[in-house]
Design a protein around this ligand. Structure first.
Ligand code: CO
Length: 674
């Protein structure tokens, strides 16, 4: 075997105590963050990390990623776990290996730029709770959004890892925007900001092996900090890209333990260990120890999660990402969103519209939150636009982007789209060019006033400041003000075994279905005429407890505008609208997160129907308020994007049927106006 650039063969010794290689590739393990975020909708619980924590500490990883990205969101929203507590708990088991977190720069662990006071406090608390390495990225690669958090990271004496989001406009690296000069310039910017290491963040698995080679070579020649490659497996190229990057001299590679590897996650560590064994870049890892960790995970942990795996396809590679360059999480989010709106047949149109929207919005990289911003706007355009008008329903986040609130885009935003988005925009119709946080007023004092004593310390306050609606709900669970729903309870291995046994029995045909005999029709039975399109059905309704309630018929009539309203007969039950954590597929939303059915519309007048499933952020009006047509009445969050819904008519609000934090199905009557 011949030598390849940086990789030299050394005398063979496969013992676990073999001598250290001259320049071992350093490895960061992502199983406990990106791994379960990519494969299991970020649902990993702390209690399921503890069984392997001590063993993982023995492997010799350069770092273990334990936090950040969607974990903060999912933990407090779906798992009833305090995100801060996870760092402290894992630190008790993982004592030697540094912890790494993914920090969305001024977006912190949320989906918008927060004020400087929130950003400073967040970094300070993350460091104090035990975070060592801050992998920092900005979705637009606008490093002005790094300024505040980097100051905090440095002040806390922690490791600042600066990311360059890897993205392309061509089938391979190059073209006018994202070429090698672009990435080298970004790396130099990071070096001059004091980056302790530089990460190529390839969130969609787009980097091709020879591009990885050329890029790493160029970066190693241009800057001093160690170069780190984070490349998702999604397209299937990453193991090859890893090897070429290693040959080019990359310092650190990201991998996962096997049960958390592949698909939209990362390549597994074990094949890489064997690949490099006996070379100058040998990791030095004990393959037996890795096998032991995997066995424990397979037996004690994975049974609780495997139902979350998207098993709709046999292929573990998504070739769409090679064709459309969209990150895996974004794709599954789009598919889920379309499915929930009964519009899955529009997916081809979405693929066609997506590059157009991206270009019009400044050819931005597709990573949280920009992947959601571009994705949802694309879906809105496909569903609501017509021949005469594009961008009919612009999300608030696109308006913010057009205003400059996320930062500077790689190329200018289409002026026409920008003008339309900023018409009547609350902050002003003229976009800004300064660092975005400069126009964001301090938030913490206001948040403290709003949440009051429910936030006991700064950690609590930050949960609320970053996630006002779900954060407040979590604090109410945490301090016993509200009973947490059953859906947030962990599942035990025993329950999993019972469930599996039942499935096995069913598959073997050993379950006998009990048939219910039809009860006799009572005098209370009433006949209803039901019309579906042009078909007519006669339905008898016989309530089990007393005479029929006429309201039901009225509420069905109150939703004439939605042909697929959830109350129409034969329509499927409303799908859980729980927004998928960003960049993470949520293949099967837990039934417990199911929305409350739309209550009978009590108000008279014209209804405002939810155009999509989502969560109510707030109502801008209350009952009795007068509104003019087109005025914002309610803000609905769908897949993290906030949609300001306008009044369908002028008049007085006669009823408001939900409250902040409620999850609503498509077609739900949010309020009525007369
Ligand atoms: Co990632």
């Amino acid at each position: 075997m011949s030598d390849h650039d940086q990789v030299k063969m050394v005398p063979m010794n496969y013992d676990k105590n073999r001598p250290k290689a001259p320049n071992p590739v350093k490895i960061e393990d992502l199983s406990l963050r990106d791994g379960h975020q990519s494969l299991f909708a970020t649902r990993g619980r702390t209690e399921d990390m503890i069984p392997v924590a001590e063993m993982m500490d023995e492997v010799g990883f350069w770092a273990i990623e334990t936090w950040g990205g969607a974990t903060f969101d999912t933990m407090h929203r779906f798992l009833n776990e305090d995100p801060w507590e996870r760092i402290r708990t894992l630190k008790r088991y993982i004592k030697k290996t540094p912890f790494s977190m993914l920090l969305r720069a001024q977006n912190l662990v949320g989906y918008r730029n927060y004020a400087d006071d929130t950003a400073t406090a967040f970094v300070d608390r993350a460091a104090a709770n035990g975070m060592d390495i801050f992998r920092t990225f900005d979705a637009l690669n606008d490093y002005r959004n790094f300024e505040t958090v980097v100051k905090g990271i440095k002040a806390a004496g922690k490791h600042f890892q600066g990311c360059i989001c890897y993205t392309m406009t061509e089938p391979r690296m190059g073209g006018e925007v994202y070429n090698i000069d672009y990435f080298v310039k970004k790396a130099k910017d990071l070096e001059s900001m004091g980056a302790d290491s530089i990460c190529i963040k390839d969130m969609a698995g787009l980097i091709a092996p020879y591009d990885a080679y050329n890029l790493v070579k160029a970066l190693k020649a241009a800057v001093k900090p160690p170069i780190h490659l984070h490349s998702h497996f999604t397209s299937g190229m990453s193991p090859m890209s890893h090897l070429k990057a290693i040959e080019a001299g990359v310092d650190i590679i990201d991998t996962c333990m096997t049960p958390y590897a592949y698909r939209t996650s990362h390549a597994a560590i074990e094949p890489l260990v064997m690949t490099l064994l006996g070379t100058s870049r040998d990791t030095g890892f004990d393959i037996q120890l890795l096998a032991k960790i995997n066995e424990k995970l397979e037996k004690e942990v994975m049974p609780k999660y495997k139902h979350l795996l998207d098993d709709s396809k046999t292929s573990i590679i998504d070739i769409n990402v090679l064709l459309h360059q969209t990150p895996g999480g974004m794709l599954s989010n789009l598919v889920n969103q379309l499915r929930e709106m009964d519009a899955l047949d529009k997916i081809t149109e979405v693929y066609k519209e997506l590059p157009r929207v991206r270009k019009e919005l400044g050819q931005i990289p597709l990573v949280t939150p920009t992947s959601q911003i571009v994705g949802i706007q694309t879906v809105n355009n496909v569903l609501f636009d017509d021949k005469n008008e594009r961008y009919k329903m612009i999300t608030d986040q696109v308006k913010d982007l057009c205003y400059g609130l996320y930062g500077k885009t790689a190329v200018p935003i289409d002026p026409q789209v920008q003008k339309k988005a900023l018409k009547g925009y609350s902050r002003g119709e003229q976009p800004i060019t300064c660092r975005p946080a400069e126009v964001i007023a301090p938030e913490l004092e206001k948040a403290k006033k709003e949440i009051g004593d429910l936030a006991v310390d700064m950690d609590d306050l930050l949960i609320y400041a970053i996630y006002p609606v779900t954060g407040k709900k979590f604090l109410q669970w945490k301090y016993g003000q509200e009973e947490p729903p059953a859906s947030v309870q962990p599942i035990t291995l025993e329950k999993v075994k019972k469930r599996d046994a039942l499935v096995k029995k069913a598959l073997a045909g050993e379950l006998v279905e009990k048939k219910k005999e039809a009860p006799a029709k009572s005098d209370n039975a009433r006949v209803f005429n039901v019309f579906v399109d042009n078909e007519f059905f006669e339905v008898s309704v016989d309530p089990q407890g007393g005479p029929p309630v006429i309201n039901i018929a009225q509420s069905a009539l109150a939703m004439p505008a939605a042909p697929m309203a959830p109350m129409a007969p034969a329509a499927p039950a409303p799908v859980a609208a729980a927004p998928a954590p960003a960049a993470a597929p949520a293949p099967k939303p837990t039934p417990a997160a199911a929305p409350k059915p739309a209550p009978a519309a009590s108000g008279k007048g014209k209804p405002l129907n939810a155009p999509m499933p989502g969560m109510i952020v707030n109502y801008a009006k209350k009952v009795g308020d007068t509104v003019t047509q087109g005025e914002t009445v309610v803000v609905l969050e769908a897949m993290k994007m906030e949609n300001a819904l306008p009044a369908p008519a002028s008049g007085t609000i006669t009823a408001i049927n939900f409250k902040s934090g409620d999850t609503v199905p498509k077609g739900a009557v949010l309020c009525t106006i007369e």
